[in-house]
Design a protein around this ligand. Structure first.
Ligand code: FAD
Length: 417
């Protein structure tokens, strides 16, 4: 009721920032619990594929970069089907290993510098239809962080109350993001802007997780790092806006396929991955997973969210089939670029989220309601796609939750001064 207020719509959607924040307050505790259930917690991924684009020497040797594995489950191959927007880690193939995601939180790892920049550059520059040309080269004109800090975090209209520009302080940032999209908009179609927003939103969400769970190397303590958040996010409101956008996109995709997920067997976690404790409690566990999933689905189906994004507005023009193909190719390339990430844990979450967003895009743009009918098409989505999709929603939801935490941390520092 009244969640989607007419003010402050997120660009490309008819949903307001406030709507997403209100929804997230309800969603976060539930999705946070859901991804701990066995079905959603084990993700099969091949972390040993070679980088197909360049020789990757930048392997991160920090302990924080390593991944805790569950049981090994043999050799395999990867493939994609025609509808797929990314390479799917297939449960039925023998390659890869099951990872217990709860043992490997996405957080600061120390992976940085040339290797990580090369990956981001490749994703933006080579695969973003040229939208991010100005990107890495342009740091000139970046606001002097210190002076802009207070106004950026609080914002002209308040950090927590985005105005009609979205955030009320978007003029503060230079370089990447909105400015680029705006300058390119004259000749850039909506689909290309959508693509850029999705990537930038993913990048921003990863940055939020890094800042929210940061290692203080002097004390050895893991804790939120406000300065990190200010530097990477708060002074770049368009990046934050793109995280909200991804929230709308993924929520809408899940809502669209809700009948399909209601019929999905979420009692089955892969045998090889289930620990003895989890497998003993399968029947009770199944019911709990089912009812929690139903609650999450009901949230995504609320009318204010469901009507917040109109997938039918994209890929409609005369060159729609070509654009769709380009979109898919670019997105598949991004999933292959993930094999060039020189830090196992970053690669794990990078792959999972690209797969999750790829699954969302597939549901929105490649499947019609007949195809999404669970009776006609029960095998439409593989387990790994479902796991990736819901964990990606969890990543985004947790990011938005952290943004709220950072607002409070900032407010506390202001009071203390
Ligand atoms: P980067 O984040 O590397 O950004 C490089 C440039 O991109 C910036 O200078 C800016 O111009 C532009 N940019 C930044 N954000 C955006 C945005 N949202 N939209 C548009 N443009 C933007 N590190 C960890 O500690 N933990 C992780 O889990 C982790 N996961 C990663 C996953 C992937 C797939 C990759 C490629 C890297 C990952 N990293 C991770 C590394 C991390 O993303 C950064 O590269 C690293 O922290 C260095 O940050 P930076 O400040 O140099 O800027």
């Amino acid at each position: 009721e009244g969640y989607c207020s007419p003010s402050g719509p997120i660009e490309h959607t008819s949903c307001a920032y406030e709507t997403i924040e209100a929804v997230n307050t309800e969603l976060f505790p539930k999705i946070h619990e859901l991804v701990e259930h066995p079905f959603f917690r084990y993700y099969k991924v091949d972390l040993f594929r070679e980088c197909p684009f360049w020789q990757e020497n930048g392997f991160c040797m920090n302990r924080a970069c390593s991944v805790e594995e569950t049981e090994e489950d043999g050799p395999s191959s990867c493939y994609f089907r025609d509808d797929d927007f990314c390479f799917i880690e297939d449960d039925s193939t023998p390659d890869g290993q099951y990872i217990d995601l709860t043992l490997n939180p996405e957080r600061f790892t120390g992976y940085a510098g040339d290797s990580s920049h090369a990956v981001w550059r490749a994703i933006y520059k080579e695969n973003c239809f040229g939208l991010s040309e100005a990107g890495f080269a342009s740091t000139a004109g970046r606001p002097a962080a210190k002076e802009q800090l207070a106004s950026a975090v609080v914002g002209a209209g308040g950090f927590s109350t985005p105005n009609e520009n979205g955030w009320g302080f978007s003029k503060l940032s230079e370089g990447w993001g909105t400015e680029m999209v705006k300058s390119a908009s004259a000749e850039t179609c909506e689909e290309k802007k959508l693509y850029y927003r999705v990537i930038s939103g993913l990048h921003a969400s990863i940055s939020i997780h890094i800042c929210a769970d940061y290692l203080d190397t002097t004390t050895g303590e893991w804790k939120p790092n406000l300065q990190c958040f200010v530097n990477r996010l708060a002074t770049h409101p368009e990046r934050l806006s793109n995280v909200y956008f991804n929230a709308v996109l993924v929520l809408r995709a899940i809502a669209r396929a809700a009948p399909y997920f209601r019929a999905y067997d979420v009692g089955v976690a892969p045998r090889t991955a289930i620990s003895a404790k989890d497998s003993c409690s399968t029947t009770a566990g199944d019911k709990a997973t089912r009812s929690l999933l139903d609650e999450v689905l009901s949230i995504t189906e609320r009318s204010d969210i469901a009507s917040g994004f109109d997938e039918a507005a994209f890929f409609q023009g005369p060159d729609a089939p070509i654009l769709k193909e380009q979109f898919k190719t670019h997105f598949r390339n991004v999933s292959r670029i993930m094999d060039c990430v020189g830090c196992d844990k970053c690669r794990l979450w990078g792959k999972l989220q690209v797969s999750g967003i790829g699954t969302a895009l597939k549901i929105l743009f490649a499947l019609d309601s007949k195809q999404l009918d669970p009776k006609r098409n029960p095998d439409l989505l593989q387990r790994s796609e479902v796991v990736a999709l819901f964990n990606t929603l969890h990543r985004i939801s947790e990011s938005l939750n952290s943004v709220e935490d950072f607002r409070q941390i900032y407010a506390a520092t202001q009071l203390a001064e």
